[in-house]
Design a protein around this ligand. Sequence first.
Ligand code: NAD
Ligand code: WQD
Length: 339
Amino acid sequence: MATVLLAGGAGYIGSHTAVELLNAGYDVVVADNYSNSSPEAIRRVEKITGKSVKLYEADVRDTAKLTEIFSANKIDAVIHFAGLKAVGESVQKPLMYYRNNIDTTLSLLEVMAEFGVKNVIFSSSATVYGEENPIPYIETMKRGTCSNPYGWTKAMMEQIFEDAAKADTDLSVVLLRYFNPIGAHPTGMIGEDPCGIPNNLMPFITQVAVGKRDHLTVFGNDYPTPDGTCRRDYIHVVDLAVGHVKATDYVLGHKGVEVFNLGTGTPYSVKEIVEAFERVNGVPVKYEFGARRFGDLPEFYANADKAAEILGWTTQYTLDDMCRDSWNWQKNNPNGYRD
Ligand code: NAD
Ligand code: WQD
């Protein structure tokens, strides 16, 4: 079976993808510098699957270290998760974001070329559709204007992959545009483990529910949406991980660049998420309405038809599953992997 290198594989989406790749029979190698993760996640992946992962502590920008990894393992495909992802922080520290995110991509592509590795999947984001595209987003739309440096790094990296594939027609690239991943593995053993104050909605909700934060501030209730709060396409992280297995099957048998949205196609509002979380888990989540957050769009969601048609991938988990599994992870691991 083929071997897949997960760059940034100890993180939230990478660790869940490792589980699904191992379950599908792939061998997995992980390279991560733990700037936003812990090796404990990979130990738990091994417990869940009963299989072993070759784990390297490595900065993916470091081409010498990558050369060591590619020399020691016959890598068939790379999934590039490694990146900084906090939108607000990217506004404060744009150079750090451009340096880390772009350089990881360049180093990976350079070392892949050196070793003749032709297959790569990239963690892109719905954010590249920018501000001007109508909803639902479909892959044939042009990339738009991003509201922050994080989003621009994703748009630029998509461009870098496209140019690399033009120059090397043997390259097979899959760009996966994730919508809003939430939830955790149903075992409650791996999940999202944000450092400090969470930026994203679901980890904030779970930390309020577990008593670590007093209340959630809902950013704006005067949007042109049915209940006035923003709507997003939330997707269970295990569905997203299975999407990576399908993309791996695909990338190994193709050439050129393909883009896929990974979302459910159904938007839910912030208010609906809070209400579902309270109902499913029987725990209160105190919240207050506050000002709009700069850069937030009222609503976006995926047209997910292309992934269904070409990858044979559709989502299986409901919003209730996402709320249940997020809470299961948080209450079993109140301090994340530090427990
Ligand atoms: P995460 O922070 O949990 O995982 C990213 C991993 O990359 C972490 O383990 C981190 O330590 C590692 N990393 C960062 N820079 C590195 C470097 N230079 N060398 C080695 N490792 C490095 O985030 P995630 O939610 O799992 O996201 C994975 C990818 O998907 C990211 O590229 C992110 O931008 C993208 N993405 C995430 C979301 C989301 O909402 N979670 C949405 C769209 C796209
Ligand atoms: C969801 C909704 C907030 C926190 C971000 C990135 C995007 C992608 C996914 C990586 C919004 C509201 C949130 C809070 C709130 N990441 N909210 N109170 O902004 O849709 O997308 O993560 O690529 O690029 O921008 O996700 O989870 O931050 O917010 O009311 O304390 O929850 O306003 O409507 P977002 P999010």
